[in-house]
Design a protein around this ligand. Sequence first.
Ligand SMILES: [Zn+2]
Length: 342
Amino acid sequence: MKAAVLHHFGQPLTIEDVAQPALADDEVLVQTIACGIDGTDLKLCDGFGYTPELPFVMGHEIAGIVHQIGNRVSGFQVGDRVVIYNFLICGKCMFCLTHREQLCPNMRGVMGVLNWHGGYAEYVRVPAQQLIPIPDEVAWEDAAVSCDAALTAVHALERSRLRLGETVVIIGIGGVGSVLVQLARLAGAHVIVIDHDGQRAHWATENGAHDFLDSSVEADIPQAVQTLTHGMGAACVIDVVGKEATMNAGFNSLQRSGRMVIVGYTPEQYPVPGKQLAQNELEVIGTRAGRRQNLLDALNLMANGQLKSIVRYRYGLEQINAALDYLRSGAAIGRIVLKYTV
Ligand SMILES: [Zn+2]
């Protein structure tokens, strides 16, 4: 089978023929039909943050067709349309048993990220317990990006406890941010988007934002948020970027009792004064990817037409390096997906 293989950090992937993986009894072989490409893949290419053992096949947003099933697999048939839940969980720990699988401390790996080859290949091997069926109404490419972008957004919204009538500031309108804006709008919030790229204003509005602030020209973001909220400030800020500047802008845009939700992170840090936290009763909420249920929720929202597609660019496996270069250029607005011909 063909695969795009990472042999050396910092160098392009090579397209090559590799052996089709053999299956264990509890595993299935999935024929990849669509696979999302995002910033995690750039970090993997660079060996920053994630350093899988090389050679490695990336690709962690996988939608495909069940091609072969192991001897002890039940509940799935050859031909089923499925997505793959990325975290290879133990299924037995307290977190797995209480539906917080993303916090499982015993993960065997993460599809296409760590210890397990992903979807930049024509076929992937995966334990059957990782599979979730795709509703008929959902297109392959949208199903693919539900595995990370939409799943992460659904979980972040859940963690944020956003309520009807509240104002939410969403910082960063990449893949996760684009879905978050749609979800926040569905939740009945007043949605303000902040991004450093003013060209994304139209995209933000298309996805449901009421207001857009361009942080590359807006000198005082907290003041601008105050103006847009009639002096109230935001009930909730969701930071999908996680830089010192975005966290600073976020904390100072919160109203009293506001909630700061951290989705994105970088090596940068932001010290929050204890007095500001205590006296204003602020909450800081971390959120990581999502639970299996969040993936089901994302697919159902897509099937019902409540979430619209964020996919704007499509590449074939042979063009994988061009796709990664385009993502790195920062010019992409909306998501990039790798598509295989069936
Ligand atoms: Zn577990």
